[in-house]
Design a protein around this ligand. Structure first.
Ligand SMILES: NC(=O)c1ccc[n+]([C@@H]2O[C@H](COP(=O)([O-])OP(=O)(O)OC[C@H]3O[C@@H](n4cnc5c(N)ncnc54)[C@H](OP(=O)(O)O)[C@@H]3O)[C@@H](O)[C@H]2O)c1
Length: 343
């Protein structure tokens, strides 16, 4: 029947093209008309606009920048790259010793002034009084909400050690600082009608990810909060950006050597800063951008398959970390038993 209809339609001719050829042509034109401008816009955003320095001039935002989780990884790279622009930095992190080291490095290398605030965000909402006191009187043009924690290892939610405490810590580190510090600095930015807030989310917030459900959920919060706030404050001159990194070679990712898929924090942040003012939501680095598109399209069109792939991937990760833990435990037990066997 279908073949018969197709044969019949093929027989119909308009302006030298068969009916089916017209349908094919129309579909192609619609697809091109819809997707081509999107692709061209992507090319402009990803390659041309940063090369033409269409991003914001961060130097004009204010004298100071505040960076959380500034003693390592992505946060340290943000602190360094912003200091390179001649902007003074407030470094916020856990260990005063590490803060002092990074602060000296930055002052000596970039000739800017730094201040340090040692707080442990897992202590909860009490730490913000101290931060507020320390930030008093500073003209803050940039806030980088970077601090975030991961897992001791990947496992079923209920099998994680101290799962409730760890979930609480994750909310205190990955969610509350973004909210409270934004609330702290936004009024003065709005008053000056300029300012930039950069929130570090993650690719794992783009779609649901089993075995790291709390982390994935905190990153969804960061993303949705940032995008909503960006719309809310755009007309008041404030730029709010959420960056969604994939793997970056840091302690958290347990990767020491950068590779094509896993850039160094410095490379990642250098690229990220060029996108401020151009993109409000970005994965920054081309391999991570492709991964983000893959995740989103996969989840939109093939939800079950994509969910299955994520399950397999993270379940394998869980197996590997379990084997490593068991091997480590065996090594420790053997070492402890050594004196007995020598007897
Ligand atoms: N690396 C990746 O592959 C990746 C991928 C996607 C998203 N991200 C996100 O990027 C952000 C930075 O990650 P990263 O890989 O750069 O992490 P990192 O190398 O582990 O550095 C974390 C920073 O946060 C500080 N910090 C940790 N716990 C803290 C606490 N309780 N209170 C105060 N400061 C604390 C650390 O200070 P101490 O040195 O004193 O511990 C350090 O300065 C996070 O939000 C993470 O979720 C990372």
């Amino acid at each position: 029947m279908i073949l018969w209809i197709a044969e019949l339609l093929r027989g119909l001719n308009f302006f030298g093209l068969s009916y089916l050829e017209w349908v094919g042509l129309l579909v192609t034109l619609i697809a091109l008309g819809y997707y081509l401008p999107l692709y061209l816009y992507d090319v402009y955003i990803v390659l041309i606009a940063p090369a033409l320095k269409r991003g914001l001039n961060l130097r004009k935002m204010g004298k100071w920048a505040v960076v959380t989780g500034a003693t390592d990884g992505i946060g340290k790279a943000y602190a360094e790259e912003i200091a390179r622009l001649g902007i003074n930095i407030v470094l916020i992190s856990r260990s005063q010793q590490k803060l002092a080291t990074v602060s000296n490095e930055i002052e000596n290398t970039f000739g800017v002034i730094t201040r340090t605030i040692a707080v442990d965000f897992t202590e909860g909402v009490t730490v913000y009084d101290k931060i507020e006191r320390e930030l008093q009187g500073l003209e803050i043009g940039i806030l980088v909400n970077n601090v975030g924690i991961w897992y001791p290892y990947v496992d079923y939610f209920t099998d994680l050690p101290y799962a409730r405490k760890h979930s609480q810590d994750m909310i205190y580190c990955n969610v509350i600082p973004v909210t409270f510090l934004t609330h702290l600095v936004l009024p003065q930015m709005v008053g000056r009608r300029r300012g930039v807030i950069i929130n570090v989310g993650g690719l794992t917030g783009a779609i649901p990810v089993p075995f790291i459900s709390m982390y994935s959920a905190t990153k969804v919060f960061v993303e949705r909060f940032s995008e909503s706030l960006a719309m809310e404050y755009k007309r008041q001159g404030i730029t709010i950006q959420v960056v969604l990194p994939g793997y970056v070679a840091t302690k958290m990712a347990r990767v020491s050597k950068p590779s094509v898929m896993t850039p160094s924090p410095t490379l990642y942040v250098q690229k990220a800063l060029k996108t401020v003012g151009i993109e409000d939501r970005t994965a920054v680095y081309i391999p991570h951008r492709l991964a983000l598109k893959g995740f989103e399209w996969g989840y939109l069109f093939f939800k079950t398959i994509t969910g299955g792939i994520m399950y397999e991937r993270y379940s394998t990760m869980r197996e590997i970390s379990k084997r490593r833990r068991e091997a480590k435990f065996r090594r420790i037990t053997i070492q402890e038993e050594q004196p007995l066997t020598e007897l």
